[in-house]
Each structure stands twice: as C-alpha cells, then as structure tokens.
Design a protein around this ligand. Structure first.
Ligand code: SF4
Length: 344
C-alpha cells in the first residue's frame, strides 16, 4: 500500500507546486542559467581525463590527499583505510553515499555511522526519495525537540575524528570544493572533526569558481525553487594559519587533513562511449517537481539517483537492471525542467 495516502498526497502536492511556481518566477530572473550549466558540463565531458588530472593537481596543491577510486568497492576500502581503525564517523547526506553503499559497508566493518542530517533522523527513511527532502510525509515533533537534537548532533560531531561529506562541485582551476545545503550540518561535518573526507564523482569537476557557483544556483533554483540554498561552503584544503610569527600551523579551526575521493565508477567509460549525458545530472531533483509519476510511485520506490533517467542510469551503472520506463506517461516535463538538458 502506498505510504503517501490521501492527506499526505495533498501535502506533497502543495510542496511540489510551491517549488514549481517559485522556480518559474526565478527562471525569469536567470534565463541563461540552464545554458550556462550545460556549457560547463560539456567542457568537462569533452576533456574529462585532462580535467581530472588538473583537479587532482590543484587539490594536492591545496594540501589535500587525493584518491581516484575506480569503483564503489575501492572507494569503500579507501575510506576504511583513511579511518585507520576509528570506530565512529560523522556523515552528511549525499546521493553518492548510496551509490557506493557506504553506510552498509562501514556498519559491516563495525564502524558506527553518525548521521548529521536532521531529515534523515526524523524520517528514518530506507529510500532516498528526493535529493534535498529526506521525507515529505513525516512531521517534526516540535521546536524544542529540534533544538535538543541539534545540540546533541553538534556536540557529538565536535568530538569526532572524521567527518564525511559529498560535494556539489570541485574546481579544476584551484582545487576548491563547493558544498551546498540548507541545514548547516554539512558545514559542521566538514569543519569540526580533525579529518574531512570528501567523496565526489568525477562528474562534479567544473572549470572555475564561478562555474561552481552557477552549479549551486542551478541546483537551488531547479530543485527547490530557491535563489540559493542557505549555505555554500567553499573549502580550499585543510585549515591553516600563519598568524603567529608567520609560521604555518595546520588544522587550527578546521580539519587538519582533507581527503578527496574522486569516484570513477563507470564515468570514464560513459564519457568514452559518448554517454556522458547520463552523468551530467546535478541531482537537483528538478525533474521530479512536476512529474506525475513521482507522486504516484517515485516517493516509494526511491533510488540512489532520481527521476525518469534513474532507470537508464541504474541499468548502465549496475549492468544488470533493465531500464523500466513503462509507467512513464511521456509528458516530457522532466526533460523540460532539467537544467543540464538531459533527455530520456
Ligand atoms: S536529471 Fe536533470 S533535473 Fe533531474 S536531477 Fe538530474 S540535473 Fe536535475
């Protein structure tokens, strides 16, 4: 039975309608946003190998440790190695963690994964229903509860050695990592522990800082109908200061070590086979907002990536699943509302 129910459907419809209408208004202000993002993605797609090499060199230049993981298993093993026997880690929400099944893997290795995302905690959801909204159908108990949970999370994370986040963009030119969020938990997951581990697909590389900002704006406008989400963090390597005697000290008010795991997991192959379109996705959720099927079954079905093209992407990445788009009504609203012009 559907967990959306009649009452909840009304709530879901109201939320999605609000996003849709705000997005339409904002797009009048940013008429070139989609073409800007499409150009950014094309530049990277056509020079992927070179872009990865440049990004690796820039990241290392900023003092980050960089690992290219060819698949999910290698990314998992590398993270375990970095954790160096630590039994607890703070984790923010990002679709890439589902792609590499990180929580299950770490749990199987007796590492306690501490979720810092409030929505995930409240929903306790087993599926990723939307990249930005952990649950549309769960209520927050009350304001005092939120304040208490927030304090608990922060206190716990402040005493942890490792925090893991995804990234919305990685700048090839200067190795800056862009994190976008509404809640603020990504910021402190990356900032409070002594070690920050970033996991990002190689498709997240963008040429410049301006391009990273354009990607963040596209995610905000298309997925949430917001000009920009509450917080953007730009991180350029470990925290450092030369305030005293001009002597460099690393790890002052932020992490001492930053590890960046760049995930291939079929992306190089997709680019070589001219299938890069599948990987241009920003995970903004824009294709879901007006989708009639999302309301009917998408909320329940979930998948680590979302929208109509998830079936195609799943078939490609896993090599086993068949693309199933039989339920699609071919309204093409997903195509119309995709900032990167993905057409499925
Ligand atoms: S397919 Fe397009 S609209 Fe859908 S999440 Fe990806 S970038 Fe956003």
């Amino acid at each position: 039975m559907s967990n959306t129910g009649n009452m909840s459907d009304t709530k879901v419809q109201r939320i999605l309608k609000g996003i849709s209408s705000r997005r339409a208004t904002l797009l009048k202000e940013y008429p070139n946003l989609a073409s800007q993002v499409q150009e950014i993605k094309s530049i990277i797609a056509n020079n992927l190998q070179e872009s990865v090499e440049k990004a690796v060199s820039s990241l290392k230049g900023k003092g980050c440790h960089v690992i290219i993981a060819k698949d999910a298993a290698e990314a998992q093993e590398q993270i375990l190695k970095i954790l160096a026997g630590n039994q607890r880690v703070a984790l923010s929400k990002n679709p890439v963690f589902s792609e590499i099944a990180l929580k299950d893997f770490l749990t199987s290795k007796k590492v306690e994964v501490f979720d810092t995302d409030l929505g995930e905690r409240v929903a306790g959801t087993k599926v990723d229903v939307h990249p930005w909204i952990a649950s549309i159908n769960t209520s927050i108990p009350d304001k005092e509860w939120v304040a208490q949970v927030k304090d608990e999370i922060k206190q716990q994370v402040a005493h942890m050695q490792y925090g893991i986040t995804g990234a919305e963009a990685i700048v090839e030119q200067n190795g800056t990592i862009a994190l976008l969020e509404s809640e603020g938990n990504v910021r402190f997951t990356s900032n409070l522990p002594y070690n920050h581990i970033v996991v990002a697909g190689i498709d997240k590389i963008v040429p410049s800082l301006e391009d990273a900002l354009a990607v963040c704006r596209a995610i905000s406008v298309y997925g949430m109908g917001k000009d920009i989400l509450k917080y953007i963090s730009f991180i350029s390597g470990p925290s450092r200061t030369a305030d005293i005697e001009f002597r460099m000290v690393q790890g002052m008010h932020g992490p001492k070590e930053v590890y960046v795991i760049l995930l291939d997991n079929g992306r190089f192959c997709a680019a070589e086979n001219q299938q890069w379109d599948l990987l241009k996705c920003l995970h903004c959720g824009g294709c879901l907002v007006d989708c009639p099927n999302y309301l009917n079954e998408g909320l329940e079905r979930g998948y680590y990536y979302i929208g109509k093209r998830t079936d195609v992407l799943a078939a490609f990445l896993e090599g086993t699943k068949q693309a199933e788009v039989a339920d699609c009504k071919d309204c093409s609203l997903c195509n119309k509302n995709c900032p990167t012009g993905i057409k499925v």
